[in-house]
Write a protein that binds this ligand. Structure first.
Ligand code: CP
Ligand code: NVA
Length: 314
């Protein structure tokens, strides 16, 4: 995972597709260094005196807490900004919000449905904008996922990650992440719930540089054959809760359960970005079983994001 030193100061993180394989490798290396510094009680206040604005238009447990704690550990400060309180929630244009916030803050983190809105915010902001989940991507999650896989497998290149279920933001970010580190990614989804074609094409193009095999398929059992990592996410993401009962029927064959995992590599690990619904996308026996590393994965959000914050705001 060693690469050459990067300079991404001021760069937005909207998707890992915008980062080079070397930049991704360096962010991971820095994330591991920050993790060990924090565990060993070594000072690492790289962002002393700096402020991050965190706009949350959707609920969050992990992202909110890990970003806020991460800024504190880096010696900086994080402000939670709810659209209920911001003027943007009353119709203030994104362009004005971006320009004004850039006069106070050193970075902006945002979670909202519309990826286009985040792209517009980033276009007008003069400080880096970090995507904390849109309908298209969840790059900070994918960096934490890569850390967790590396910790368990001591490599990423050539592994097979199989994502089961909805072709959503998390699936898209795993495609991008795999493409950047040379990890093979198979997304298995029901017909009508596939990953976005354009994002799949961009990931395949990016994978040419690293040799990763990227594919989207429909057969869950064939997909999981030989998997080193099995990953799943909720069947109805934020904004799609109204389709829950319809999705439960369509996604049932994609549940990660004892039968499905029997087709994987016996040493496979199970990951889930959380929040999880036991008995829906994954059984309790799998997510609470010995192959599951979901709490390490959640912890790694903290370390991965600190690496991003230090890199783009430093
Ligand atoms: N995985 C994740 O982003 O969790 P939250 O929605 O709790 O932030
Ligand atoms: N795909 C999920 C991820 C939550 C962290 C959602 O968008 O709701």
């Amino acid at each position: 995972m060693k690469g050459t030193k990067i300079n991404v100061t001021g760069k937005d993180l909207l998707t890992l597709l915008d980062y080079s394989p070397n930049e991704v490798a360096q962010l991971l290396e820095e994330a591991f260094a920050l993790k060990s510094a924090q565990k060993n009680g070594e000072p690492h206040q790289h962002l002393a005196g700096k402020s991050l604005g965190m706009i949350f238009e959707n609920a969050s447990t992990r992202t909110r807490v890990s970003f806020e704690v991460g800024m504190t550990q880096l010696g900086g400060h994080a402000l939670f900004l709810s659209p209920r309180d911001l003027q943007i929630g009353r119709g203030e244009p994104v362009v004005d919000t971006a320009n004004v916030l850039s006069r106070y803050l050193d970075g902006i983190m945002i979670r909202t449905n519309s990826h286009e809105m985040v792209a517009e915010l980033a276009k007008h902001a003069s400080v880096p904008v970090i995507n904390a989940l849109t309908d298209a991507f969840h790059p900070c999650q994918a960096l934490a996922d890569l850390m967790t896989i590396y910790e368990q497998k001591q490599t990423l290149k050539g592994l097979k990650l199989v994502y089961m279920g909805d072709g959503n933001n998390v699936a898209h970010s795993l495609l991008a992440a795999g493409a950047k580190v040379g990890m093979n990614v198979t997304v298995a989804s029901p017909k009508g719930y596939e990953v976005d074609k354009e994002i799949l094409a961009r990931a395949k193009e990016a994978a040419k540089e690293t040799g990763a095999h990227i594919e989207a398929v429909h057969d869950p059992k064939a997909a999981v054959s030989g998997a080193d990592v099995i990953y799943t996410d909720v069947w109805a993401s934020m904004g799609y809760e109204g389709e829950q009962s319809e999705r439960e029927k369509v996604f049932a064959p994609f549940q990660v359960n004892e039968e499905l995992i029997s087709y994987a590599n016996p040493e496979f690990i199970f990951l889930h970005c959380l929040p999880a619904h036991r008995g829906e996308e994954v059984t309790a026996s799998v997510i609470d079983g010995t192959h599951s590393f979901v709490y390490d994965q959640a912890e790694n959000r903290l370390h991965a994001q600190k690496a991003v914050l230090a890199a783009v705001m430093g």
